[in-house]
Design a protein around this ligand. Structure first.
Ligand SMILES: [Zn+2]
Length: 278
């Protein structure tokens, strides 16, 4: 019996570090930029509200009410995450579209990750609900010296939000950026994988860098805390993009764009890409 309790203690992370530190509920890793961190923290605040409510409840009260509490969390988290992610991706995407002088009807922002984000929130809420319910029932059924504490369960949910919301936000931005690049340089353009080239670069990214150039469709997305970039083998524009420029919607840009600039940026790009490949 003692052994069984021990195993359950391990399972529920009863001895998790920093359990009394409320600020750790608002943790967003520094590999996310400030805008991305704000999206994560907005989600964590919803989680924290539920934690504050349930913290003072008895195990029996939790068993009775956990479904309702976590189901409403699920709905609010989904709405908040999707609307904030969409806003953040949109402002990132619009900035890039402006940089390339592309009118908004030419390229669409990527929304293919949104169902996956919704799914990951649903999964983490169901896991949280199941874990808390199981833990409460364990405390109702068994005498244990431990204090009833659901913070470790919420902390696990935090880690799932950091990946499921934060990670997929980064993917959404990256995929939106690639939509623009495919329009500007064409879908057949080949790209080099470029790492930060320091001791922190992982083996997987080193391997990516050593591969021959690929199209964006053949190139995987970087992992969530990655710092890798990609660079086209040359900076020749696609026919579609040239045509768009020629239609004169941005005459100022074209007038200030001299052939000298064009050749310089192309050869510079080639040299840079070649240099990094070595
Ligand atoms: Zn890596």
């Amino acid at each position: 019996m003692v052994k069984q309790i021990q195993e359950l203690e391990d399972y529920y992370l009863l001895n998790d570090e920093d359990d009394d530190d409320p600020y750790s509920l608002f943790y967003a890793p520094s590999y996310y930029d400030v805008d991305e961190q704000l999206v994560i923290v907005a989600c964590l605040m919803l989680l924290e509200q539920r934690y504050r409510v349930m913290q003072s409840m008895t195990p029996q009260e939790i068993v009775d009410e956990v479904d309702e509490i976590i189901d409403s969390l699920n709905t609010e988290l989904t709405n908040t995450a999707l609307s904030k992610i969409d806003d953040t991706v949109k402002s990132f995407f619009d900035n890039l579209m402006n940089e390339y002088s592309i009118p908004s009807n030419y390229v669409a922002q990527d929304t293919s990750m949104y169902p996956i984000i919704e799914q990951s929130i649903d999964t983490l809420c169901n896991q949280l609900k199941g874990e808390i319910k199981q833990k409460s029932m364990f405390f109702i059924d068994n005498l244990t010296k431990d204090t009833f504490n659901i913070l470790p369960n919420f902390k696990r949910a935090i880690r799932r939000i950091i990946d499921g919301v934060g990670g997929n936000l980064i993917y959404s931005k990256e995929k939106s950026k690639r939509n623009i690049e495919e329009f500007v340089y064409g879908e057949d353009k080949l790209y080099y994988w470029i790492t930060a080239n320091d001791e922190k670069v992982c083996a997987w990214c080193r391997m990516q860098e050593s591969l021959p150039p690929r199209t964006l469709r053949e190139m995987p997305l970087d992992h969530w805390n990655g710092r890798c970039e990609h660079e086209p083998v040359d900076y020749m524009y696609s026919d579609e993009y040239m045509l768009m420029l020629a239609r004169g919607e941005y005459m100022d840009e074209i007038n200030s764009f001299t052939p000298e600039d064009a050749s310089m940026s192309q050869s510079e790009g080639r040299i840079q890409a070649e240099r990094r490949r070595i």
